[in-house]
Design a protein around this ligand. Sequence first.
Ligand code: SAM
Ligand code: CA
Length: 256
Amino acid sequence: METAAAGVKTEIPTAENGAQKARHQEVGHKSLLQSDELYQYILKTSVYPREPASMKELREITTKHPWNLMTTSADEGMFLNMLVKLMNAKNTMEIGVYTGYSLLATALALPDDGKILAMDINRENYELGLPAIQKSGVAHKIDFREGPALPFLDELISDEGNHGSFDFIFVDADKDNYLNYHRLLIDLVKIGGVIAYDNTLWNGSVAAPADAPMRKYIRHYRDFVLELNEALAADHRIEICQLPVGDGVTLCRRIN
Ligand code: SAM
Ligand code: CA
């Protein structure tokens, strides 16, 4: 069986042609690309050869962790790193750290006096990746807070001085709280700054019929992701750009 993806004919493995093989084996990979070969091409040609040694080390540490499915993929890490540099971001935030792959991608992109306020309910996983972050010489940029993000955001917002103070915010945590985060983050990000919401295509389930077979956790959060995507599209305080990188990332640029 053949299909055309990006103008390239790609064989789809089937049981019949004896070429059945697992697709997308990379840890953290949730690419929506239709061809695994195309994704491999991207990784091998432009991502892995340019991935900093510390990010490779952190990726390899994460591979051994049982929850490695949660990590940001290497191509998305490269995207975040480039975005933060293009924006000249200095004061940033991350909600949802896990072992720190996206955190390190951001930290490496910031100037030496740049900052990341990083929040996660789980410090243990952050500490797994911390030696790689320390080796890379960017740990001083990170202010890690252990605990649920919402109370931290409530505290931040209670100080007027924090309003409009963040250049870039990456949200990659509990999908059922994204809209609650958005209500607060919109005041914390500066006009012209960007909030990036991760996993907004939620394994492709956002476009699947409601009765399609889905893993339990995909089904559980699907309605929250659908609701978020509609709310972002209707929010006139931001411009949005939905990208099919990783599991889908929506960039929201605050305009007023
Ligand atoms: N950005 C990470 C990376 O690059 O590897 C992946 C983050 S992972 C998908 C989601 C993280 O959100 C988990 O580490 C989890 O502990 C954290 N999390 C879940 N609920 C949270 C909450 N209410 N507040 C803060 N973090 C939370
Ligand atoms: Ca994610």
